[in-house]
Design a protein around this ligand. Structure first.
Ligand code: F6P
Length: 547
């Protein structure tokens, strides 16, 4: 049973923040900057190669002080220690939460149920490295003796979003003679399109599923097995050369027909959305090689250590988490946009959606009480500058406040003419425009007709963070992901919710299982749903073509 604690809204810091919001809430960033020009340099923090400028937030030194006080009153330091010590902080599943162990160096000691988990982490990493080297070098041969050139990861949620995001992010470092694809959706189109131009003789599937029971993944894996067998003459021995599994469930892997010699394990203390640096990252390691994969793990670890040890005042994940919470709970903000100005990070917002929303989309506290404050905000985004020509209009001139995290790199991985300077000037321009806007006087001074003035005014006072790093490396990617993981955790601690379970995805899964036979069954099955669902099922049955 979780320990009972006072609702956060009754804490001294929370109440002080309500009062403080009344005084600062309407102050414009223009004024905050003109009163205190030094904030642009002062309200920044640096840690292990990441530079955070948070000066364009609607805060003062006092806001920060109170937010940090709130973190302290919520027991954040103890909860960080509990996580790092392997305590079972995922209370509803009675599990430790140890993604930080996945990137802890050899020789570290982290105990779960009396056992040091680090040796097993490194044993799996070593097996992954050995396997990756054999596949990448062509030493591993397919059933007909050809080398493997195509790798298809089959998984969904955390068993897909991390791998696909990391592959896209680190494509620059990837083995270009190989093709990597990702199949997640139960929609057969996903599989069909992923394999349409692949030769089964040269193709390997990685079936990635923590539970090895997820309907989408198991259906896609079965289809993959059939596709392979069709293409390789029906010899079931081919499976061993073309299918490997990543899972915590040895029994189900064996039942599916994959030899456990071709299985890479992980553990129940790794949540799906926190698993990209476990064996779930096998496709990443195949793509970028073990050395780069280890560099990514080191990046994660460096950010873990920063989170664990740095004072809250300069702790990047804590600051990012507190700022998100400030808008979420004191300004009624609903969404936060994450806008990477780096095309390689195009799947980063999608990855963050599962990380943040599956973690903090909760309506009860650890002890089961319904919360009377908002928990996890909606995270979304697109890479810049594409978003500028799509939804930024609403961010600049709409009626909602949408805090933005801009992520950019000082140096490009590939220099193409003037592109990078232009890209970065857009980052700086956007955060400037959001904060300072354009006053009616400025619009008039441009000679604008009076009736057009209101249309051309930018109110400004719209907050943003800018996160900069030198250039996108595996190490920096690890740091960025860990930054958001720990920022998500920071928020969950203050809201006193379990960031590591995901009961909310269960109901739909169960209902779908009930509907499948009603859709596929012969005759006219008796339907016992509500009127709308019954009608939709009937409509589908009546109109679907038999083949
Ligand atoms: O969406 C629910 C969920 O359980 C996620 O948390 C998880 O990442 C995903 O399904 C996939 O689960 P598995 O790896 O067990 O197939």
């Amino acid at each position: 049973m979780a320990k009972k604690i006072l609702p956060v809204t009754k804490s001294r810091a929370w109440m002080a923040l309500i009062d403080h919001k009344k005084s600062i809430g309407r102050q414009h960033l223009r004024k905050l900057f003109s009163d205190d020009p030094g904030r642009g340099e002062r309200m920044t923090a640096k840690a292990s190669g990441l530079f955070l400028d948070y000066s364009k937030n609607r805060i003062t030194g006092q806001t920060l002080k109170l937010l940090i006080q709130l973190a302290k009153e919520s027991g954040l330091k103890n909860r960080i220690d509990s996580m790092f010590n392997g305590e079972k902080i995922n209370v509803t599943e009675d599990r430790a939460v140890l993604h930080i162990a996945l990137r802890a160096p050899r020789g570290t000691k982290i105990m779960v149920d009396g056992k040091n988990v680090i040796p097993q982490v490194h044993e799996v990493l070593d097996r992954m490295a050995d396997f990756s080297i054999r596949v990448r070098s062509g030493q591993w041969k397919g059933h007909t003796g050809k080398r493997i050139r195509n790798v298809v990861n089959i998984g969904i949620g955390g068993s897909d979003l991390g791998p696909v995001m990391a592959y896209e992010a680190l494509r620059f470092y990837s083995e270009r003679s190989m093709t990597f694809r990702f199949v997640s959706n139960i929609d057969g189109i996903d599989f069909a399109e992923a394999v349409r131009d692949l030769n089964p003789e040269e193709t390997m599937f990685i079936v990635s599923s923590k539970t090895f029971t997820t309907m989408e993944t198991m259906t896609n894996a079965q289809t993959a097995k059939e596709w392979l067998l069709n293409g390789l003459g029906g010899d079931t021995r081919a499976v061993a050369k073309h299918c490997v599994a990543v899972s915590t469930n040895e029994q189900k892997v064996t039942e599916f027909g994959i030899d456990t010699a071709n299985m890479f394990g992980f553990w129940d203390w790794v949540g799906g959305r926190y698993s990209m640096d476990s064996a779930i990252g096998l496709s990443t390691m195949l793509a970028i090689g073990p050395e780069h994969f280890h560099a990514m793990l080191n990046g994660f670890h460096e950010m873990d250590e920063h989170f664990r040890t740095a004072p809250f005042e300069s702790n990047l994940p804590v600051l990012l988490g507190l700022l998100a919470l400030w808008y979420n709970n004191f300004f009624g903000v609903q969404t936060i946009a994450v806008l990477p100005y780096e095309n390689y990070l195009k799947r980063f917002p999608a990855y963050l959606q599962q990380l943040t929303m599956e973690s903090n989309g909760k309506h009860v506290t650890l002890d089961g009480k319904k919360v009377n404050y908002n928990t996890g905000p909606i995270y979304w985004g697109e890479p810049g500058t594409n978003g500028q020509h799509s939804f930024y209009q609403l961010i600049h001139q709409g009626t909602r406040m949408i805090p933005c995290d801009f992520i950019a790199f000082v140096n490009p991985l590939i220099k193409v003419g003037r592109h990078h300077d232009i890209l970065l000037s857009n980052v700086f321009a956007q955060s400037e425009a959001l904060a300072f806007g354009k006053t009616p006087a400025q619009v008039r001074a441009e000679g604008t007709s009076e009736w057009l003035v209101p249309h051309r005014v930018f109110e400004g006072n719209r907050p943003s963070n800018v996160i900069l790093a030198d250039h996108l490396t595996p190490d920096i990617l690890g740091k960025l992901v860990a930054l958001y993981e720990h920022s998500t955790f920071t928020q969950s601690v203050i809201w006193n919710i379990d960031a590591f379970d995901q009961w909310g995805v269960e109901l739909g899964k169960v209902l779908a299982q009930r509907i499948i036979p009603e859709i596929e069954g012969k005759g006219s099955p008796k339907l016992n749903h509500d009127g709308s669902t019954n009608n939709l099922i009937q409509h589908y049955r009546k109109n679907k073509k038999l083949n």
